[in-house]
Design a protein around this ligand. Structure first.
Ligand code: NAD
Ligand code: ZN
Length: 360
């Protein structure tokens, strides 16, 4: 077990142990012991990840209940929460039991939410299996589901007691999902550990050091979340690249872009704004741009109307009466709460539209 990297995240919601490493799920029982947790009474995965990783873990820990959600963001909704709670009740899961989520961010968000309200809340463990879930969704204790009106509109802060990120699960993750997850790695690196960019995979035959990449990305997020569990201040930094990213996802009905792909466009966009404003040196700008280039090709934005994108940004739940508070990259991090004029937004969007290779 000495090979695993471990972090302790302490927030108002309690302590979370985060363990990162290849084959960490094979050592799961020992990790539960170390964290002073009993075996999970219930395991929830989805019908893609379950056969690959979830069922094996459920068997190894001898869970009383094992359940698979249908795969997809479309199923991150109320009915699944109710189904999970009913399943747990049927198997006698009680208040002191531990439950485990094995999957990407959709599974960890939904199961974490169910855990936070089932019998008024019980302890949970996350085993994130996508890169995005390892570096982002499973760290920080935000849980929730989507409503018809928008994403993540219902939810809680409910910290997992233990997070086990088994980086060997990434071997089965589709390449496109992997690249989308790297968008969040680039974001974290820019906010708090720019040398991490040197670790990004360069060529297909160059096996990345996932343990180090995940560990350092999680360190950045954990540092921010520790100081600001409920997103009053510094946590806004994590929104870097997300203002435009969320709008692109919304105007295309959440069908064209993976979240990370929209975030790459969003990062490119704020890079452009910062450069025009003289907030980024040429060296920094080309460093950030070079990292984003590795995440291409991206689904196209050529046909999108900048007016519609503007409207979608103003509807974002993070916009307030004063408009949108932008997070802009600087040479050594980010500036929070920046106002950007509509004319500036249009100019940058038009410039970017003709930009890098795009898949039509
Ligand atoms: N709670 C938070 O703080 C937070 C932060 C960021 C994102 N999120 C949420 O996370 C979700 C996105 O997460 P995601 O990108 O992991 O999406 P996802 O859970 O839909 O996973 C992406 C796809 O990869 C599959 N998959 C996952 N791991 C796999 C593996 N090891 N092998 C093969 N296939 C695998 C999934 O079944 C799915 O088809 C969104 O709902 C988003 O709102 C939450
Ligand atoms: Zn994101």
């Amino acid at each position: 077990m000495a090979d695993f990297r471990t972090l302790e995240l302490i927030t108002a919601g309690g302590p979370t142990t985060i363990v990162i490493g290849a084959r960490a799920l094979e050592a799961f029982t020992g990790l539960l012991d170390q964290a002073d947790l009993g075996s999970p009474a219930a395991v929830v995965s989805n019908d893609t990840v379950g056969p690959l990783h979830g069922r094996g873990v459920a068997e190894a820990v001898g869970a009383r209940s094992y359940f698979e959600l249908p795969d997809g963001e479309a199923f991150k909704r109320w009915p699944q929460v109710e189904t999970i709670c009913a399943e747990w009740l049927a198997h006698g899961v009680h208040r002191n039991d531990v439950v485990l989520a094995v999957g990407g961010g959709v599974v960890t968000d939904t199961v974490g939410f169910a855990a936070s309200i089932y019998l008024r809340g019980l302890p949970w463990v996350a085993a994130p299996t996508s890169l995005l879930a390892m570096v982002d969704a499973s760290v920080g204790g935000k849980t929730g589901v989507n409503l018809e009106q928008g994403k993540n509109l219902v939810g809680t802060f409910w910290q997992p007691r233990l997070v086990v990120a088994d980086t060997s699960c990434l071997e089965t993750l589709p390449e496109r999902e992997l690249r989308a997850g790297l968008a969040e790695v680039v974001k974290a690196a820019w906010i708090g550990d720019q040398d991490l960019l040197e670790l990004l995979p360069t060529a297909a035959d160059d096996p990345p050091n996932w343990d180090e990449i995940v560990h350092r990305s999680v360190q950045v997020k954990a540092r921010i979340v520790k100081d600001d569990e409920r997103e009053a201040g510094p946590r806004q930094a994590l929104n870097l690249g997300h203002t435009l990213g969320h709008a692109l996802e919304a105007v295309t009905g959440y069908e064209r872009f993976l979240h990370g792909e929209a975030v790459v466009w969003g990062l490119r966009f704020v890079l452009g704004i910062s450069r025009r404003r003289g907030l980024l040196s040429d060296d920094s700008a080309s460093r950030l741009e070079g990292s984003l280039r590795r995440l291409e090709p991206l689904p196209s934005i050529r046909d999108l109307d900048s007016g519609a994108v503007m409207q979608a940004m103003l509807r974002d739940k993070k916009a307030d009466a004063r408009g949108i508070a932008w997070v802009l990259p600087t040479d050594d991090g980010v500036l929070l709460g920046q106002r950007v004029l509509e004319a500036e937004i249009r100019t940058e969007f038009e410039a970017m539209r003709g930009g890098p290779p795009q898949v039509e």
